[in-house]
Design a protein around this ligand. Structure first.
Ligand code: SF4
Length: 345
């Protein structure tokens, strides 16, 4: 069996920054309880590992005692949530990904200009709820082209669309095309709202899946970008499965399989990818071929509030940053696996 290991895969810059925020807080606020509003990133293992270190995750900010430290997750929050944090005198540390903030800023700008917005995304997703909260009277969510006839548009000449950052670029394109037919003057965001990490991981699946008999995506079921990767594999004609870790592997997936593409959603830790690869090597004598499709070097700063807290303790925030680099196949994680570096895409 050949494992076609996609690069890029796994953690994006926003997820690294958000995880780094909680890590640093645990380090500098010893003895103080750290609360996180929603899952810091949508990954079961990341959340459970922090729970084991004493972090408390809440779905309602009113569960956080007055005056405590509350971290906002990578998916962003609405102004209403910020207001509650202020009222309750919480020390808010905002780990929202800057690429989600970019969409919020666009929403605020359009709202000020009196431009109505159509937000393409999944209604129940925390990111969409956060963006919607910036201008609830001016934004309607569009999940699929069938939603278009029931939209209430006041002036089709003053209309723009935005998108959730983690959509399938193919699915979003279908909706955008339908919106342009219904509202020819609709304005597009200055640059795509679908982020670089989502785009690159999806591109890797489109490139590699046609060579594979099976695509395995490490990621949690509530991770939007991870789910999209399995859908894209299926659209490319290759069966795809989303699994949190190696314990969810099923024997029946492997009948007649000679090449398995392995990738991971933007919130999935590399050690879980390594665990999956080690198991495929053990069970099937697989060899690993690394496929380099796109190089990534995006990196985000820690939030200002956290930088201030670190400086007040004499810590230079720059000295603590995790550098973004392609996931390395270290012997510590992967063991002595048979490895080749395959052709770049
Ligand atoms: S997937 Fe994209 S928008 Fe989401 S945290 Fe990562 S970089 Fe930011």
């Amino acid at each position: 069996m050949r494992i076609l290991l996609a690069n890029p895969r796994g953690f994006c810059a926003g997820v690294r920054m958000a995880i780094d925020v909680v890590d640093q807080l645990l380090d500098i606020c010893k003895g103080e309880r750290i609360y996180v509003f929603h899952e810091i990133v949508h990954n079961k293992h990341v959340v459970n590992r922090f729970r084991d270190r004493g972090v408390v995750f809440v779905e309602d900010l009113n569960e956080v005692p007055n005056g405590s430290i509350a971290v906002f997750s990578a998916h962003g929050v609405s102004p209403q949530i910020r207001a509650i944090a202020k009222q309750r005198n919480l020390t808010a540390v905002d780990a929202t990904c800057p690429l989600v903030t970019k969409v919020h800023v666009e929403a605020i700008r359009y709202a000020k200009m009196g431009i109505q917005m159509l937000l393409i995304g999944h209604k129940d997703h925390q990111e969409v709820q956060g963006t919607l909260g910036e201008a609830p009277d001016m934004i309607q969510v569009v999940e699929k082209p069938e939603d278009i006839p029931s939209l209430r548009v006041k002036d089709p000449e003053k209309l723009a669309y935005l998108t959730q950052t983690t959509l399938s670029t193919d699915d979003a394109e279908v909706i955008i095309r339908a919106l342009k037919v219904a509202f020819p003057s609709i304005q597009a965001p200055p640059t795509s709202d679908i982020c670089y990490a989502t785009t690159n991981r999806q591109h890797a699946v489109r490139q590699i899946a046609p060579e594979a008999d099976l695509v395995l995506v490490i990621g949690s079921k509530n991770s939007s970008n991870s789910k999209r990767l399995t859908e894209i594999a299926e659209n490319a004609g290759c069966p795809g499965h989303l699994l949190d870790d190696v314990s969810e592997l099923r024997d029946e997936w492997f009948q007649g399989v000679e090449a398995v593409m392995v990738t991971a959603g933007a919130s999935a830790p590399e050690d879980l990818v390594a665990g999956l690869c080690r198991e495929l090597v053990r069970r099937f004598g697989a060899t690993i071929e690394v496929r380099n499709i796109v190089e990534e070097d995006t990196e985000f700063k820690l939030p200002a509030a956290l930088q201030g807290m670190m400086k007040s303790q004499g810590i230079d925030p720059a000295s603590r940053r995790i550098r973004v680099s392609a996931p390395e196949i270290t012997s510590e994680m992967y063991g002595a696996v048979p490895l080749t570096v395959g052709a770049s895409g």
